[in-house]
Design a protein around this ligand. Structure first.
Ligand code: PEP
Ligand code: MN
Length: 338
């Protein structure tokens, strides 16, 4: 349930309301930016109804919440949220580009690529140190060494760092190095992991699973937010379809739809969404045209030698071309590129 408090609510009435909710075992979340005037009361619906909150002197309005996701809903937070990471705000007028290799492979290559990406206009460096590979015999990532290399690239270029965490036991470690922690498509319903990143106050990039509905996806965001971490950035990265001509099917309809249902920012990842570099730029442009708040793209200086996802990696030069096209599309839809 969403409660709108009365404008000049007294401290005493408010305290009484919160005490009643606490006694019923109800969780309270304030809508950020509402000066604690809008709150979500989450708990046993019957118990909440028994409180007859409409008659409480602190309460102006009670809105039943029919959506399964609550904190992620527009009812809870009518305005679009801006997720701040360092100097960047995801969900504002500016769109931000996260770029980098699929995996961190070695120090020299990553530092060289990071410099190029910075020059090309990226604002966040991506690179996996813990890789979710289909085969246990494939390259699994450099682990903490990879995180150290990412941190060095940040120190040198000023790019922020996004990198994936796959295991609850690594959340603390990855948070120490990353500016944004990524929960990948395969872990979108790893509820233990979602709860663990929900306990941190680190911005989370939550990728859509290859078989999650939009409702399920927003419920996953809800897991993170219900832990008190509201800084969730969503990412459409394609879903499984019947057609193997592309690796996944970019569901671009999810972008305006999620903006309609939720206040959370959403970016698109056409690299995993299509699986081939040739389709990456057109889908990146389409994603921004559809209202995406940013992009994630894989870039590699020698894609044929990449440890993972070489086929879908752009050469740095193609990345620069994409950025220049992106500026034009962004302007058309009233956005700017950082
Ligand atoms: C990645 O970003 O490298 C990745 C593994 O993405 P996804 O979880 O979307 O497959
Ligand atoms: Mn990848």
């Amino acid at each position: 349930m969403i409660l709108h408090l009365r404008k000049n609510v007294s401290a005493r009435d408010k305290k009484d309301l919160l005490r009643r909710l606490a006694l019923r075992g109800v969780q309270v979340h304030y809508s950020p930016g509402s000066d604690e005037a809008i709150l979500a009361a989450i708990g046993d619906r019957k118990a909440i109804e028994e409180e007859n909150l409409e008659a409480h002197p602190a309460v102006a309005r009670v809105l039943p919440l029919d959506t399964s996701f609550k904190l992620a809903s527009r009812e809870f937070r009518p305005e679009r949220a801006e997720v701040r990471v360092g100097d960047l705000a995801f969900g504002g007028k500016r769109i931000h580009v996260m770029a980098g290799p699929c995996s961190v492979e070695n120090r020299e290559d990553l530092l060289a690529l990071a410099r190029e990406l910075k020059e090309g206009g990226a604002s966040v460096l991506r690179g996996g140190a813990f890789k979710p590979r289909t085969s246990p015999y494939s390259f699994q990532g450099l682990g903490e060494e990879g995180l150290r290399i990412l941190a060095e690239a940040r120190a040198e270029t000023g790019l922020l760092v996004v990198t994936e965490v796959m295991d609850t036991r690594d959340v603390e470690l990855v948070c120490r190095y990353a500016d944004i922690v990524q929960v990948g498509a395969r872990n979108v319903q790893n509820f233990a992991l979602l709860k663990e990143v929900g306990r941190t106050r680190k911005p989370v990039l939550l990728k859509r699973g290859m078989m999650t509905t939009i409702n399920e996806y927003l419920m996953s965001a809800e897991y993170v937010m219900s832990g008190g971490n509201y800084d969730v950035i969503l990412c459409e990265r394609g879903i499984r379809s019947f057609d193997s001509a592309t690796r996944n099917m970019m569901d671009l309809a999810s972008v305006p739809l999620i903006h309609h249902w939720s206040h959370l920012p959403i970016i698109v990842d056409p690299s995993h969404g299509t699986g081939h570099w040739r389709w990456v730029s057109p889908l990146a442009l389409a994603g921004v045209a559809a209202g995406a708040d940013g992009l994630m793209v894989e870039v590699h200086a020698r894609p044929e030698k990449a440890y993972s996802d070489g086929d879908q990696s752009l050469l740095p030069e193609r990345f620069r071309n994409l950025m220049s096209d992106l500026r034009k599309i962004a302007a058309v839809v009233g956005r700017t590129l950082a």
